[in-house]
Design a protein around this ligand. Structure first.
Ligand SMILES: *[C@@H]1O[C@H](CO)[C@@H](O)[C@H](O)[C@H]1NC(C)=O
Ligand SMILES: *[C@@H]1O[C@H](CO)[C@@H](O)[C@H](O)[C@H]1NC(C)=O
Length: 488
């Protein structure tokens, strides 16, 4: 064998191994590009109901990998308001430890607060507020009343609350420390008390987790508390809080791009082969008030090992279930959680028609696991995402968000012949109904061919208002907000 044929034989072996391991995934998210519409939002009209969150006036709001709700409860425990925290990294084209490249870790990424509430909205002390905006706000108020009036008669217009978008000041952030947020989570505030915000941070030397404090009284400031690090933080990606001081964290790869030489190809092989080397751990911290000699991490246990490319992770409203996205398996894995010990027991896997990225349970305030709905966002065509990563001119990545719910009464023979029939391009085209585990229903929430919204990574639905949010890994407008009419 010549060197060339030997190389070819290795390549053929590798490709067939990949195909053997994950043929369905290769077909669904690599070879076949689905005919998705420019934009679709369930129960609404993409063209009129969906708006960009970032704009040319806020160029830093681009490439938002994740967002999280910051829930504000009153003293009696009732959820009164929900704000959105966004993590956006304009520098992702030069620093991405998951997909590459590793060119420049220097410019710090930014956190943003987005709020649509008219009551108790964040105070307007930030730089974004000026006389001009106040005038615009006044104008909007007037328009709002006009809209309200016409709504009574025509029903075709509706009042959209005036949004507020403010950059969070990172107070006390260590000098010379990078900031490249991926997964974010915020513990709710009760009766006006502070909330811990945790953000996975792809810093240059290693990936760590940053802990901040958000205060409802000073909502545009995220005060840095500490940087959390552990030898098993190999490649943290997403977080799910189990208390103000503990969380599950996914590690997307065992072999990372930071490895010298090997880092150039081992992580790619791990990704392509769908090798089950990644894992989800549970971490319990000692509270920040502990004496200085106390270690930050009280306990670190690996709870869900051997997952191919574990990505998004979320805790169910009642705390009895954890969902983990396996990006290269095109599946969302469900685990039963022991609330006392945080032990996870594998339950089932629901196949999805894309490479799932972040997952978020809907309505955490319901505390109800039976009616739990999981929102899953992902990438239906992986090669396009790679083109976007490589900055290929004009490249966009498709976006697809769907919900997974339980149908406890569903018996096997009651299974319909097809599902997700409202969507312009149904999930049913890629994942036959027979592949869904019994008792689970899947429905498309949002779709785009990339022109309407590129590389969607997180979908969030606000149970208080019906508002839908999507963030995009490389989206030029960072994120989008939709107010679907629902009534049709
Ligand atoms: C998405 O769909 C719109 C409308 O059909 C079309 O103009 C656009 O070129 C499409 N974009 C891509 C990337 O296919
Ligand atoms: C706020 O109050 C809740 C509920 O009592 C508590 O769990 C949480 O730890 C408090 N947050 C902070 C930052 O002290």
């Amino acid at each position: 064998m010549t060197a060339a044929t030997r190389a070819f034989a290795w390549l053929a072996l590798l490709l067939s191994l990949i195909y053997y391991r994950s043929g369905e995934v290769i077909k669904n998210s690599i070879l076949v590009k689905s005919p998705l519409p420019k934009g679709y939002i369930a129960g609404g009209d993409f063209g009129t109901d969906c708006k960009d969150i970032g704009s040319p006036a806020t160029p830093e709001i681009a490439s938002c990998e994740d967002a999280a709700f910051w829930d504000l409860h009153d003293a009696s425990g009732k959820l009164t308001e929900r704000r959105l925290v966004l993590g956006c990294d304009l520098g992702r084209h030069n620093w991405n430890t998951v997909m590459g490249p590793l060119r420049d870790p220097n410019p710090r990424a930014t956190l943003w607060l987005y709020s649509e509430s008219t009551t108790g909205a964040p105070n307007t002390a930030s730089h974004s507020t000026g006389a001009k905006e106040k005038a615009a706000g006044l104008l909007d108020k007037i328009r709002g009343t006009v809209n309200k009036k016409s709504q009574e008669t025509t029903k075709s217009t509706k009042e959209v609350p005036k949004p507020k978008l403010q950059q969070l000041e990172l107070r006390n952030y260590p000098e010379g420390h990078d900031f490249h947020p991926l997964g974010l989570e915020v513990w709710p505030s009760y009766g006006g008390n502070g909330s811990y915000l945790y953000a996975v941070n792809h810093a240059r030397a290693r990936t760590v987790i940053e802990q901040f404090l958000l205060e409802p009284a000073e909502p545009t400031v995220a005060t840095h508390i500490r940087t959390i690090s552990h030898s098993w933080f190999i490649s943290p990606n997403a977080l799910a809080l189990t208390s103000p001081d503990s969380f599950y964290v996914s590690n997307d790869h065992l072999f990372t791009r930071r490895l010298p030489i090997l880092g150039k190809f081992i992580p790619i092989i791990e990704t392509l082969l769908g090798l089950p080397f990644s894992f989800v751990a549970h971490v319990t911290l000692n509270p920040p008030s502990s004496p200085p000699s106390t270690p930050t991490i009280a306990e670190h246990t690996i709870e869900a090992p051997f997952i191919p490319f574990s990505n998004g992770v979320s805790l169910s409203p009642g705390g009895g279930e954890v969902a983990i996205a396996s990006t290269t398996l095109n599946r969302v894995l469900f685990y039963a959680r022991d609330k006392a010990t945080n032990r996870l027991t594998y339950k089932t896997a629901v196949p999805v028609p894309f490479c799932p990225d972040n997952v978020h349970y809907y309505a955490p305030e319901s505390h109800d696991d039976e009616a739990a709905k999981l929102i899953v966002a992902g990438h239906p065509h992986f090669p396009s995402v790679i083109e976007v990563t490589a900055n290929k001119p004009g490249a966009v990545g498709q976006s697809w968000v769907l919900s997974i719910t339980r149908r406890p009464d569903a018996s096997e023979d009651a299974k319909p012949a097809a599902y997700d029939m409202q969507a312009p391009f149904s999930a049913n085209e890629k994942v036959p109904v027979t592949a869904l585990p019994k008792g689970y229903a899947v429905e498309t929430v949002f779709q785009s061919n990339g022109t309407g919204f590129s590389t969607g990574a997180t979908g969030l639905e606000d149970s208080l208002t019906g508002t839908f949010y999507i963030t995009g890994l490389y989206a030029p407008q960072g994120a989008m907000v939709c107010h679907p009419h629902k009534s049709g």
